[in-house]
Design a protein around this ligand. Structure first.
Ligand code: HH2
Length: 282
């Protein structure tokens, strides 16, 4: 297995990725698949963010547009209206915010308001100018793999060599980032669990995560409450905690170091125990 990079540079500081990093999900959308419409106002959203930090999150991943299969797109003005006050509130509280957006305009406003990381589920395919924002400001930049768009991604989930194709596409996204002035230390890569993959494909991706280490950057996974767990266990989104933990621990063993999850407390505890056992080994 390739060596795991142990540093991720975000703005003016470094996050050590030689231990598991947890991103707590804060969806400010009416229609996200498991927590849509959960926060009636800015106060409730910030209280949830503080609770996740208390529970062990390293960053809060704020989203204003659902990317569930078939989700309707929203424009930049609406997306910013949803997330702007919360991004500003996080910054005032000194909480590191990651912004789940594929739009340069939203990214620019978020970074001007103090956001530390940009999380682009389109891997710079939707709006490559998003990389200019990261290059100019030195934010972290998460590049995720998705086939097509949220509207079309489940139309074709067949691949020849799934892990190889995801790896090649991520390499192309990294190239776009470099061409626009980003440096390697800013980047994190993500195979995009559930984005244009079959239930079996998601298992194959987690099993093959070690191959993505060849890209030379830390690997993030986002299996939280996703439908492949529901397919395996026959349970709804609210009953996928154990499956989420199992997926995170499997990914950890194979080299993933960042985990985007809704259930921060439980996943943090599980990762910490697995990590302690791993660190005790010879
Ligand atoms: N998954 C979702 C959204 N953003 N970002 C990264 N980097 N990786 C992921 O796996 C990922 C992501 C989808 O999950 P969720 O936010 O819970 O739902 P929705 O898209 O419906 O808001």
């Amino acid at each position: 297995m390739a060596a795991n990079p142990d540093r991720w540079t975000i703005r003016d500081h470094e996050i050590r990725t030689d231990r598991p990093i947890v991103l707590g999900v804060l969806n400010l959308t009416p229609d996200s698949f498991s927590d849509g419409g959960g926060y009636p106002d800015t106060h409730a959203a910030l209280a949830r963010a503080e609770q996740m930090i208390e529970a062990g999150a390293d960053l809060i991943d704020v989203g204003g547009e659902s990317t569930r299969p078939g989700a309707a797109p929203v424009d930049a003005a609406e997306e910013w209206k949803r997330i702007g006050p919360v991004v500003q509130g996080l910054s005032l509280r000194g909480i590191g915010a990651s912004i789940d957006t594929s739009k340069a305009d939203v990214a620019r406003r978020a970074v001007d308001s103090g956001a530390a990381v940009l999380n682009d589920v389109s891997g710079l395919r939707n709006d490559p100018a998003l990389a200019d924002v990261a290059a100019r400001t030195g934010t972290g930049l998460i590049l995720m793999h998705m086939r097509g768009t949220p509207r079309t991604m489940q139309d074709d989930v067949d691949y020849g060599d799934l892990v190889g194709e995801v790896s090649d596409a991520l390499r192309r996204s990294m190239r776009v980032a470099y061409d626009r002035g980003c440096v390697p230390a800013q980047l994190v890569v993500d195979p995009g669990i559930g984005f244009g993959k079959s239930a079996e494909g998601n298992l194959e991706l987690i099993a093959g995560i070690g191959r993505l280490l060849a890209l030379g950057r830390p690997v993030l996974v986002g299996p939280s409450r996703k439908s492949f767990i529901g397919t395996l266990l026959g349970v709804p989104a609210g009953e996928r905690l154990e499956g989420t933990i199992a997926a995170c621990l499997s990914a950890l063993e194979r080299g993933a170091r960042l985990f985007r999850v809704h259930d921060v407390l439980q996943v943090r505890r599980a990762l910490d125990v697995a990590w302690a056992i791993r660190s005790a080994g010879t």
